[in-house]
Design a protein around this ligand. Structure first.
Ligand SMILES: Nc1nc2c(ncn2[C@@H]2O[C@H](COP(=O)(O)OP(=O)(O)OP(=O)(O)O)[C@@H](O)[C@H]2O)c(=O)[nH]1
Ligand SMILES: [Mg+2]
Length: 469
C-alpha cells in the first residue's frame, strides 16, 4: 500500500496472519462499581473480537485514582506481567484511557504492547472505512492519536519487534522530529480535504432542501440493527452483520410513508459507550447527517444486556455533536428476541414503538407513528413549565423540537413543535391560548374530510420541516 492512507493504516491493521492473544484490564474508579467494570470488559471483549484478536484473560482492580506510572498499582502491574507470561499474551488492552507515558511504562515493564479501548475502536474503524471521506476521517483520528505517542529509544524497538496491536499506534519511530513534522503535515492536509468534502455536501444538502423532503436519520448503539432496519424499509442492501461498527459510511434512501409522503432515510455509523472524543471530532462530516436531520429514529436493541445504558450513551454522543435538540423517535428493535423487555421499555419511554427489523413485526405501526411525528413538526405549541419540573422541560426537549424558550417568574415558557401524543401528555402545561387553538383546530379537522391529520396544525408550516439554511 503506497498511498498515505495505506501507510497510516498498513501498520495499524490487525495482523491477520494470526489471532493475537489479548489480556484485558479494567480499573474500577470512584463513581463506578465492579459490575460496571465487568460490563465494560464484556463490551471490550466484543470490540477486541471484532478487531480480530482473542481475549485469553482478564484482570481488574479497584483504585481511588489511577497510578501515574502504570495506571494500575505497582504490585498489580507485576501480577499482570506474570499473567501475561502464563497465558503467552501478545498484547494488553486497558478499558480505561491510558496516557501515552503510562502506555510506554507498561510496555517497558510487561515486555509486550499495551493499548487502550480507544486504540481498539480506531483499529476497527480503520478496517471498516470504505468511502474516501470515511477513510480520511479514520486516518485523521489515527494521526491525531499517534502524534503524542511517537517516541524513540527502547520502547520503540520493542513495539517494532513484536509488531502487535500497539506497534500500530506509533511504536518503532526513531526519527522523531521528522516523523512529527510529517504527521502534522498530513493532519493539515486531511483537515483541508475533509473541509472541502463538507462544503460539497452542504451544497448537495441545499439542493435537497429545495426538494422539501423531510430528512430522517437513524441513530443508535452499534449493532442495534440500524442497517437491518433501513434494509427492511427500503431495498438499500446495506451490509448488516453481527459485528460492531459494520457501518461507517452513511447511506440515504427514499422511503414512502403510508400516506404516500416521501422522506429521506439515512443509516449511519453506530455509537458506543465512551466513543473516543478524537473519533467523534474526526467524524464530524459523517455525523452531520444527525445534526441536520428533521427527526432522529433512535434504534435500540431490546435484547442488549443494558438497553437503557445504551440509550444514555447514544444521547451523550448526540449531545456532544449538538444533535440533542433534534426530535427523537425511539424504536425498540429485536423485539422478537426480547418481547417482555421491549414491552417494559415501551411503558418507560412514552411515544416509542417496538419492532423486529428481521421479522417485520411492528413495522406498519412504526411507519404510521413516524408519519405522525413528522407531521407534528408543523405544529407549534406553547407551554409554561414550573422551574421545579426540570423533568418535564427535559422531555419537551427530547420529544419535540424547541423553537424558543423564555424565562418567566414562575417557570420556563417554551414554544415547541410536538406530536399530538406528546401534546396530550403535556396538556396540563399548555398555555391557555394554545389550548383553545388546539380544540378549535381539532374540531375543524373532525369536520373536514381529511381525517388523516388528527394532528393539530392550524397554520401548516410544511417548509419548516426542511433545514433553515
Ligand atoms: N433477531 C433479530 N436480529 C436482528 C434484528 N435487527 C438486526 N438484527 C441482527 O443484529 C445484527 C446487527 O444488525 P445491523 O443491522 O448490522 O446493526 P447496526 O446497528 O447497523 O450495526 P453497526 O452498523 O455495526 O453499528 C445482525 O446480525 C442482524 O441480523 C431484529 O429485529 N431481530
Ligand atoms: Mg450498520
Amino acid at each position: 500500500m503506497s498511498n498515505p492512507y495505506g501507510e497510516a493504516l498498513g501498520s495499524t491493521l490487525i495482523d491477520r496472519t494470526f489471532r493475537e492473544k489479548i489480556v484485558l484490564v479494567g480499573v474500577t474508579l470512584p463513581g463506578s462499581t465492579d459490575d460496571d467494570t465487568e460490563a465494560g470488559l464484556d463490551e471490550l471483549e466484543l470490540l477486541v473480537d471484532t478487531a480480530g484478536a482473542d481475549v485469553v484473560a482478564r484482570m481488574t482492580q479497584r483504585r481511588t485514582a489511577p497510578d501515574h506510572t502504570w495506571f494500575i498499582g505497582q504490585g498489580k502491574a507485576q501480577e499482570l506481567k506474570t499473567l501475561c507470561l502464563a497465558v503467552d499474551a501478545d498484547t494488553v488492552v486497558f478499558d480505561n484511557e491510558l496516557h501515552p507515558a503510562q502506555q510506554f511504562q507498561l510496555e517497558k515493564l510487561l515486555g509486550r504492547t499495551a493499548i487502550d479501548r480507544t486504540a481498539v475502536i480506531l483499529d476497527i474503524f480503520g478496517q471498516n472505512a470504505r468511502t474516501p471521506e470515511g477513510k480520511a476521517q479514520v486516518e485523521l483520528a489515527l494521526m491525531r492519536y499517534r502524534l503524542p505517542r511517537l517516541r524513540r529509544g527502547k520502547g520503540a524497538k520493542l513495539s517494532q519487534q513484536r509488531g502487535g496491536v500497539g506497534a500500530r499506534f506509533g511504536g518503532g519511530e526513531t526519527k522523531l522530529e521528522t516523523d512529527r513534522r510529517q504527521i502534522n503535515r498530513r493532519i493539515r492536509a486531511l483537515e483541508t480535504e475533509l473541509r472541502q468534502l463538507a462544503e460539497t455536501r452542504s451544497l448537495q444538502r441545499k439542493r435537497r432542501d429545495r426538494s422539501g423532503l423531510a430528512e430522517v436519520t437513524i441513530v443508535g448503539y452499534t449493532n442495534a440493527g440500524k442497517s437491518t432496519f433501513l434494509n427492511r424499509l427500503t431495498d438499500a442492501g446495506v451490509l448488516a452483520q453481527d459485528r460492531l461498527f459494520a457501518t461507517l459510511d452513511p447511506t440515504t434512501r427514499r422511503l414512502s410513508l403510508p400516506g404516500g409522503e416521501p422522506v429521506l432515510l439515512t443509516d449511519t455509523v453506530g455509537f458506543v459507550r465512551r466513543l473516543p472524543h478524537g473519533l467523534i471530532e474526526a467524524f464530524k462530516g459523517t455525523l452531520e447527517t444527525a445534526v441536520t436531520a428533521d427527526l432522529l429514529v433512535h434504534v435500540v436493541d431490546s435484547s442488549a444486556p443494558d438497553p437503557e445504558g445504551q440509550i444514555t450513551a447514544v444521547r451523550e454522543v448526540l449531545s456532544e455533536i449538538s444533535a440533542d435538540d433534534v426530535p427523537e423517535f425511539i424504536v425498540f428493535n429485536k423485539a422478537d428476541l426480547a418481547e417482555d423487555v421491549a414491552n417494559d421499555l415501551l411503558r418507560d419511554y412514552p411515544g416509542s414503538v417496538a419492532v423486529s427489523a428481521v421479522t417485520g413485526d411492528g413495522i406498519d405501526h412504526m411507519l404510521a407513528t413516524l408519519g405522525d411525528r413528522l407531521r407534528s413538526l408543523d405544529t407549534v405549541v406553547e407551554l409554561t413549565i414550573p422551574w421545579e419540573r426540570g423533568d418535564v422541560i427535559a422531555s419537551v426537549h427530547r420529544e419535540g423540537q424547541v423553537v424558543s424558550t423564555a424565562e418567566g417568574e414562575h417557570g420556563m415558557t417554551i414554544r415547541a413543535r410536538l406530536s399530538e401524543a406528546s401534546t396530550g401528555r403535556l396538556e396540563e402545561w399548555l398555555v391557555e391560548q394554545t389550548r383553545s387553538e388546539l380544540s378549535t383546530s381539532r374540531n375543524s379537522v373532525d369536520d373536514g374530510s381529511n381525517g388523516q391529520d388528527g394532528d393539530v396544525s392550524s397554520a401548516s408550516q410544511r417548509d419548516g420541516i426542511s433545514n433553515d439554511d
